[in-house]
Design a protein around this ligand. Structure first.
Ligand code: UD1
Ligand code: CA
Length: 458
């Protein structure tokens, strides 16, 4: 049994000038999470020891990942990618270990690709390459007669023949720690940029008789780097596409896979249907046969089987029970819990409330800090008056009650089981079960009353 360790060294010291932003490049958000966060997640999925080489925006970058288990390695001056790995390699103690080099601004790299690269690196060194439509600016891969990588030539150092090569260096590589340590110590900065190039380790390894594998990545998108906001939008697009395809593979039907935004982890059951312009953020669970209408925003919520979320609804930290319907134009704020077959209709806002089985709130209503029993029917324009300007209070409506339209429920208040509240009531006291309660001024007619007349102008 070998007890070697896998290390990832993530290069994240660069400034990212072209972002034109106060936020360091590796903290720019992709699907709501910093670029570096995506790379860290992938590094963790490899069960590796993570070293991050940082420099620019040091404080912001470190504090954004304060709770992560990271060995932070300061590269005070950015003297090239080879120099960046040189400052980190002393933290890899065992020469038998394996090292993977990743980049804080190459966020879409997949675990599976890296697993394969690590496997190929058993010869000593493997580099991840890709066939580029436009190779300009990238390091070109020069292969030998047997297909092994011979060297990488940077664009600025390449001759005509080399410039015509379409296979480019992604920058990502995996190799034996001892070999890398050895090659890194031999790097020179005699090149067009006077930098220590990580890419030169290929030629140095070959000189030691190592067969360097060049592994082609599946797509350019997977190894795309982000230097400006245009490329940031590009990776966002690729990310969205990847997530959409993933959902479809798991059985969801998407009205248009180019018009869904998934910024988190979504679990779907079978036969889920998602209409256009839906935004899904955080951890979301959509059970079998759930239907999400157009323009819905769903954040950290669970929707149980057969429930329907109609157009333009917003759900945050909420739970929708089986066969319930929500919307159109409904808003479920945090800590809303709907049981089964609940109906929350248009222009209804619910906050921190529980609605039991079969409860209906069909139109124009605010329900906050409330506990609503089974089969309660709440009429249009009802408001739970939960706030006195300082404190919040609870409204309890027992099962089978009927709340007439336009009722103000001044909390704390409890509506007894099976009771009926007349429309337009202002309820300030608890009501008895099974009775009709009316709390409004009696209607009266003033006979002979005349409308005021317009005064003549003088
Ligand atoms: C590098 C590769 C090139 C490859 C390309 C892919 C080298 C010499 N060249 O070129 O073959 O095609 O990536 O995008 O490696 N960084 C540091 N410290 C440094 C220098 C860089 O942390 O001293 C980080 C940067 O923040 C950046 C990454 O390493 O995230 C790549 O550096 P960059 O200077 O952009 O390399 P390229 O010239 O693009
Ligand atoms: Ca670059």
């Amino acid at each position: 049994m070998s007890s070697t360790v896998l290390h990832t060294i993530i290069l994240a010291a660069g400034k990212g000038t072209r972002m034109n932003s106060k936020l360091p490049k590796v903290l720019q958000p992709l699907a709501g999470k910093p670029l570096l966060g995506h790379v860290l997640d992938t590094a963790k999925s490899l069960n590796s020891t993570v070293h991050v080489v940082y420099g620019h925006g040091a404080e912001a970058v470190q504090s954004a990942f304060a709770s992560d288990d990271i060995n932070w390695v300061l590269q005070a001056e950015q003297n090239g990618t080879g120099h960046a790995v040189q400052v980190a390699i002393p933290f890899v103690k065992n020469d038998e270990d394996t090292v993977v080099v990743l980049y804080g601004d190459v966020p879409l790299i997949q675990k599976e690709t890296l697993d394969h690269l690590i496997e190929e690196a058993k010869t000593g060194l493997a580099i991840l390459t890709v066939e580029a439509q436009d190779p300009s600016g990238y390091g070109r891969i020069v292969r030998d007669g047997k297909g092994f990588a011979e060297k990488i030539v940077e664009h600025k150092d390449a001759n005509f023949v080399e410039l015509a090569i379409k296979e480019i260096n992604s920058g990502i590589l995996a190799g034996n720690a001892g070999l890398l340590r050895n090659c890194l110590s031999a790097l020179k900065n005699e090149n067009a940029q006077a930098e220590f190039y990580l890419t030169d380790v290929v030629e140095l390894a070959v000189a030691q008789g190592v067969s360097v594998k060049a592994v082609l990545a599946e797509s350019e998108a997977e190894v795309a780097g982000v230097n400006d906001k245009i490329q940031l939008a590009g990776v966002e697009n690729s990310y969205r596409q990847r997530k959409a395809e993933d959902l479809m593979r798991r059985g969801a039907t998407l009205a248009d896979p180019t018009r869904i935004d998934i910024r988190g982890h979504v679990e779907v059951g079978q036969d889920v249907y998602i209409d256009v312009n839906v935004v899904l953020k955080g951890n979301i669970k959509l059970d079998d046969n759930v239907v999400i209408g157009p323009n819905c925003v769903i954040i950290e919520s669970q929707v149980e089987q057969g429930a329907i979320i109609k157009a333009n609804s917003i759900l945050e930290y909420s739970h929708v029970g089986p066969r319930s319907t929500v919307g159109p134009y409904a808003r479920l704020r945090p800590e809303t819990f709907l049981g089964s077959e609940v109906k929350v209709g248009n222009f209804v806002e619910v906050k921190k409330s529980t609605l039991a089985k079969g409860a209906k709130v069909s139109h124009l209503t605010y329900i906050g800090d409330a506990q609503i029993g089974a089969d309660v029917n709440i009429g249009a324009g009802t408001v739970t008056c939960n706030y006195d300007g300082v404190n919040k209070y609870k409204t309890v409506i027992k099962k089978d009650s009927f709340i007439g339209s336009g009722t103000m429920l001044v909390a704390p208040v409890e509506i007894g089981e099976g009771s009926t509240i007349a429309a337009g009531s202002v309820i300030t006291k608890d009501t008895p079960a099974s009775e009709l309660t009316i709390a409004r001024a009696k209607q009266k007619t003033i006979p002979g009353w005349k409308r005021p007349e317009k005064k003549p102008k003088d």
